[in-house]
Write a protein that binds this ligand. Sequence first.
Ligand SMILES: *Cc1c(COP(=O)(O)O)cnc(C)c1O
Length: 412
Amino acid sequence: MDSGLDSTLKTRPCRVEIRTLALEDNYRFLRGLAGPDAECLAIVKADAYGHGLALCAPAAVRAGAHWLGVTSVEEGVAARAACLTAHLDARILIIGGVFPGQCSTVLEHSLTPVAWDGWHFDELETAARASGAAPQSVGIHLEIDTGMSRQGVALRNLPSLLARFGPESPLRVEAVMTHLYASDEAHGETTPAQLARLEEALAAIESQLPAGVPKPEFLSVGASAALLGGDGRTLRDLAGRHNLVPMLRLGLALYGLAPAFDPDFPAGHAPATLTSARASLQPVLEWKTRVVSVREIPADTEIGYNGTFVATEPMRLALIALGYADGIDRRLGNRFSLLVRGQRAPLVGRISMDQAVLDVTEIDGVGPGHDVVILGAQGGEVITAFDHAAASGTIPWEIFTRIASRVRRVEV
Ligand SMILES: *Cc1c(COP(=O)(O)O)cnc(C)c1O
């Protein structure tokens, strides 16, 4: 038994190993791509895309991030605590906005909400006044709906919203924000149309924000695909024309994955940003478990629930501590392989809630305690989040975020 059922691992062995140094390197690399005048917000929502907020938020700040992005006020409070524990400071953006009754918590933990609906501003203003906040002391990021029809104020409703930000308001529009919903389409036509609408919004803000209040500071546009797909310069130019600092909001790339483009760039025509990102980004996460026990079965033996796999010849099977309750897609049973001893071992039979079975007939010497790689590298083999996504008909974001919370995140 090499790395065996060793005594240092006193828990069920299904775990996620996190290389925070890789995350730090990725952050610095992306900031280099974005250029010195841009602000790169590190997205750590959804438990840092399943990588563990407590490890990843401080790592991003250590690498130089001034801003972290989370979904909710609850995640913001957790991010603030993670920073304080590490004696680090950062601005924390609540991307999903506030819910009724949360605004005093927003102020108490110095969180910065994205806001777009009238009632957001009502609640924030009331809470800010109640806490004695000075005029313009509470920054909000005003989201504009430039075409996604998800969050954000519609252009036609912008004038009435802007009228609220008078000199006496405790609120200040610190950033103008929008979300590009098709920047992963090479040569797409959607992004220029969105940016044209954004430019209209910026003109309205410049002319209609009441006199005597500070102008916004940031233009917050673009996720990983916008930066890597080569829209960074366009966004910098747009921000520059309006005296704003460009802010990119980077998630997937921070965790070491360059998004796929669909349709893809023609061969040999990928932008330099994407080529260099593909060469430089390092995966931050590896998902592993161990072999629990090994058994030999004769031909005609059924494997797993409902006997969906029947051995046609004698086989050697490895039971592993991994089930769909850990976040592996149950549909991968009989359809995907994991790594043991540097080789691919097919998942045979249905995946159970807490266990699965690998065919290790062709792999010599597999025994209890051997490491199994679910996502990551072993020997010369690699399984990526893209591989999982292709096998289960989804995207890498979902693969990462559904790794269950009971799977321990350990720093390596
Ligand atoms: C999650 C999120 C991002 C990050 O997207 P990636 O594609 O993972 O870089 C950026 N902006 C908003 C508004 C988001 O919700």
